[in-house]
Ligand binder design. Structure first.
Ligand SMILES: C[S@@+](CC[C@H](N)C(=O)[O-])C[C@H]1O[C@@H](n2cnc3c(N)ncnc32)[C@H](O)[C@@H]1O
Length: 246
């Protein structure tokens, strides 16, 4: 099975318990400021996972559509946050986003990009963000800093979390420019294995992809503290707008 169809379920949440509502609140506060979201009403959270960011946006009064491929994560998001009247849920692949000119903003958190084998498929995601946005609408993408990831790669680690042993093996596949990870969970003598494989794009490479769309990059940041992006930044945060129609 394709890695991202297999991995993003309940075990994914067990490996990342710190990717929680507290972190989401700080990130959403930051994004609401940098995107100038005062007038924005409709937001698409692309690859929303368990809905932690959508819930924060909804709390600020925005109407949020949570889109994700994982029925497990969408169902958890619905159970937890579905009673909030301003969130709706859509199961779809980011290569086929079923919206056109519908949103004031499209946001995507925690490296929900670069999952596909070909550059064309990854570009298709950007083209779909463009299509889903109203002209002049804004986008925000929280992605990895390629140089930082390669230089700080930890090949192996293992930890105990809530009764699980979680082992992660990481590798930079230079030929394909992908960061690859094998995740092993051991629980009560049972072993489950998952894989991740994400294409790493530099800022320049992201600019080349964006130049093939009507998404205009306006700002970058190196993390959610608002620091400017440089080669040592832990993250690459991209902020911009869909060009208004001519
Ligand atoms: C790293 S998680 C981030 C989740 C969420 N944004 C967060 O910060 O908690 C990536 C998310 O993208 C979703 N995803 C993976 N492949 C997808 C695809 N092809 N189309 C749409 N969503 C996908 C996963 O199910 C998962 O929820």
């Amino acid at each position: 099975m394709t890695w991202y169809k297999d991995w993003f379920g309940e075990d994914y949440l067990k490996v990342y318990p710190h990717r929680d509502e507290i972190e989401a609140k700080k990130q959403v506060d930051f994004v609401a400021k940098v995107l100038d979201l005062k007038l924005a009403k409709k937001i698409l959270d692309l690859g929303c996972g368990n809905g932690r960011h959508a819930n924060e946006f909804s709390g600020k009064g925005y109407h949020v559509t949570c889109l994700d491929l994982s029925s497990v994560l969408l169902s958890l998001a619905k159970d937890k946050y579905g009673s909030a009247s301003c969130i709706c849920f859509v199961q779809a692949d980011m290569r086929q986003i079923p919206f056109a000119n519908a949103f004031d903003s499209v946001v995507s958190f925690f490296t929900t990009f670069g999952y596909f084998k070909t550059d064309d498929e990854n570009l298709q995601t950007l083209k779909n963000i463009e299509a889903a946005l109203k002209p002049g609408g804004s986008f925000f993408q929280d992605y990895m800093n390629k140089k930082f990831v390669i230089e700080n790669l930890v090949p192996y680690d293992s930890r105990q979390v809530n009764g699980f042993e979680i082992t992660q093996e990481r590798n930079y596949n230079r030929a394909e420019e992908r960061i690859e990870k094998k995740i092993t969970l051991k629980e009560n003598g049972k072993v489950r294995e998952y894989f991740e494989s994400v294409r790493l794009y530099t800022l320049e490479e992201m600019k080349t992809l964006l130049a093939k769309t009507r998404l205009k990059l306006e700002k970058t940041f190196g993390d959610f503290d608002g620091s400017s992006f440089n080669s040592k930044s832990p993250r690459l945060l991209l902020v911009g707008k869909k060009e208004p129609s001519t």
